[in-house]
Each structure stands twice: as structure tokens, then as C-alpha cells.
Write a protein that binds this ligand. Structure first.
Ligand code: ASP
Length: 339
């Protein structure tokens, strides 16, 4: 190659690396989130906290940090906020305590870590990441997971740390509704058991870093009034969380039983992998499968080219996106932007 063409090639390569899009998408849960039921003050609080989490994740990416670090930075802020159903402010299970699930996946290596049914870990996403990086397993649950956390020097929080009055009131409401509905349930449609209106606020993040690596993470308290050690989709790799540099990163939120049955996060990636379906189309097709079974919720997704999807079939989903080449966007309701 002549020196001049070599120079041109170098200039082109440098320019494409410099222009490569990076950024992240976060969600704070999907559900019956409607303007009529939201005070302006409360809405402002949600938007402020979403902005804070979005900016914390973006700062990591902007300084050349890894997608995985951006994911945990954004999720930690939402876990620490009582507004969301993750960490502090998680929903209550039927026994009156908060029980937390989380998972994380690195799209570069397809390494993954997950934790379920925790009662004492302040930031479950950090423990999921440690399961990925420091254990020989992918998923740890309950006492065993907390034993592993203790071996790493994690502080054990009293369960009261996670508990808030408004989530306690939701449990009471769910249990009263359950009592009223007793006897009316059918095996074909046991839906009101997990009352749609009483859960939202799971958090998640998908990120694409300057090196072109994807990562995804999800953290939740699950569903109000959940019973018998119930575990939802959030800590299940391929259902609530998935990341692969070859396709996309996905974090889900919604009625977990349906998301597990559809294998939501992996289903989106599989359409891209096997059929070359564009991300947004794949996300819409997968959410349609959830809806067809009777479920509701949504996903955020990001592919290796920086295309995004924020797809949901519930009235609202707390969501926000910040990409290196366009203004940040924060939205809550179904009639606001979805991409
Ligand atoms: N997907 C979560 C679960 O089923 C709940 C949610 O996202 O609202 O545990």
C-alpha cells in the first residue's frame, strides 16, 4: 500500500473509532403508571432520580470506563433510592419482608452472575457482579448467597433498612384483594394474585462503552405479596437480563412469570442472531409474545451499533437514555417517546 493510502486508511479508522456511539439506557420498572395517579412532585422526584442514575452511568462511559461499571453505577443509585422496587424501597413478600433478586451479564465474555432471595444485601447488583467475577457459579440464592457475601466482607443490613411504609401499605392492599378474590381464581387465569397495579419499580440498565462492549443488569424486590421463595425473571439470565456483543444487551421488567416463560431477553438476542432482525423489531415481537400469554411489562435494549429499544405493553415504564451523539431523554408514560 502506498504511504498516502495508508495515511487515508489510518485517518478513516481513527475517525470511526472516535465517532463510535456509546451510551446507556436505564429503566425504573414498568406497570400501571398513569398521569392521573401521579402528583407533579412525585413525578419530578422520579425524573430527578432517573437523571442522576443516567448521568452516573454515562460519566463512567464518557471517561472510557467499561459498560459493566456503568451498569452497576446506574443501578446502585436506583437501589439506594426508596422510589424504586430494588434495594431500599423494595416491595414486600407475603411474609412481610423484602426479598431481593439481581443479575448482571458482560457482553464481551458472556460471563454472568445472579443472586436471588436476599434479605440483607444493600446493593444486590454488586453481589451479582461478585458472583460473576469471584465465584465459580452463575447463580446463588438465599442463605448461601449471603454466606458468600459475608466471605467477601459485605455488610449485612437489617431487613428493616429496605422496608418503607408505602410498600407495606401495598402489601396490605394486595392481601385484602386476595382475600376478597379467594374462590374466584381459576387455573387458566390466576392473574389478580399478583395485582398488576401494585408493582412497578424494578430497575435495570444496558450500556455500550467506547470499546464497543455491551453489558446488562437488573435488580428487583420482585412482586408484592410473592410467596414461598418465589423468584422472578430479573435474576434469570436469558429471561430478565442478557448481553452479548454479537447481538445486544437487554434488561426486562414486568410480570416475571411470563418473562421467564417467554425467555424474553434471550429471545430478543436470538431473533437478531438467527434472523438478522433489527433490535427494535425483535423487542416488539418478544413483548407481543408476553402479551399473548397474558403478561405485561417491558424491556430496554441496546445493540452493538448503539441502536436502542424501549418497548412495553403496560401503561407506563420509567425509562431514560443517554447516547454520545444525541440529547438525553427521560420518559415515564406510554404516550412519551419510546426511542
Ligand atoms: N420482573 C419483576 C419480577 O417479576 C417485577 C417487575 O419488574 O416489576 O420479579
Amino acid at each position: 500500500m502506498k504511504p498516502f493510502s495508508l495515511l487515508l486508511l489510518l485517518v478513516a479508522l481513527t475517525a470511526s473509532a472516535a465517532e463510535r456511539r456509546y451510551g446507556l439506557v436505564i429503566h425504573g420498572g414498568a406497570g400501571v403508571i398513569e398521569r392521573a395517579a401521579m402528583s407533579p412532585e412525585r413525578e419530578a422526584e422520579y425524573r430527578a432520580r432517573l437523571a442522576e442514575a443516567l448521568n452516573a452511568g454515562y460519566a463512567v462511559l464518557d471517561r472510557g470506563g467499561a459498560a459493566l461499571d456503568a451498569v452497576t453505577a446506574a443501578i446502585n443509585l436506583m437501589e439506594d433510592s426508596p422510589l424504586f422496587n430494588a434495594g431500599k424501597g423494595a416491595v414486600f413478600n407475603a411474609d412481610g419482608s423484602c426479598e431481593l433478586d439481581a443479575s448482571v451479564m458482560d457482553g464481551r465474555t458472556q460471563a454472568a452472575g445472579a443472586v436471588a432471595a436476599l434479605h440483607h444485601i444493600k446493593n444486590p447488583i454488586n453481589l451479582a457482579r461478585d458472583v460473576m467475577l469471584k465465584s465459580e457459579h452463575v447463580m446463588l440464592a438465599g442463605d448461601g448467597a449471603e454466606k458468600f457475601a459475608r466471605s467477601l466482607g459485605y455488610e449485612m443490613m437489617p431487613n428493616e433498612y429496605f422496608q418503607t411504609d408505602w410498600r407495606r401499605a401495598q402489601l396490605k392492599q394486595a392481601q385484602e384483594q386476595e382475600k376478597q378474590k379467594a374462590g374466584q381464581k381459576t387455573a387458566a387465569r390466576p392473574d389478580d394474585y399478583f395485582t398488576r397495579t401494585l408493582r412497578w419499580g424494578t430497575v435495570g440498565c444496558v450500556a455500550l462503552d467506547k470499546a464497543g462492549n455491551l453489558a446488562a443488569g437488573t435488580s428487583t424486590g420482585g412482586m408484592t405479596n410473592k410467596k414461598y421463595g418465589r423468584i422472578g425473571d430479573a435474576p434469570i439470565i436469558g429471561a430478565g437480563t442478557y448481553a452479548n456483543n454479537a447481538t445486544c444487551a437487554v434488561s426486562a421488567t414486568g410480570w416475571g412469570e411470563f418473562f421467564i416463560r417467554v425467555g424474553v431477553a434471550r429471545d430478543i438476542a436470538a431473533q437478531m442472531e438467527y434472523r438478522g432482525t433489527p433490535l427494535r423489531e425483535a423487542a416488539a415481537a418478544t413483548i407481543a409474545k408476553v402479551a399473548k400469554l397474558g403478561g405485561d411489562g417491558g424491556v430496554i435494549a441496546l445493540d452493538a451499533a448503539g441502536n436502542i429499544a424501549m418497548e412495553f405493553n403496560s401503561p407506563g415504564m420509567y425509562r431514560a437514555v443517554r447516547l454520545s451523539d444525541r440529547p438525553a431523554m427521560i420518559a415515564i408514560y406510554g404516550d412519551e417517546a419510546k426511542n
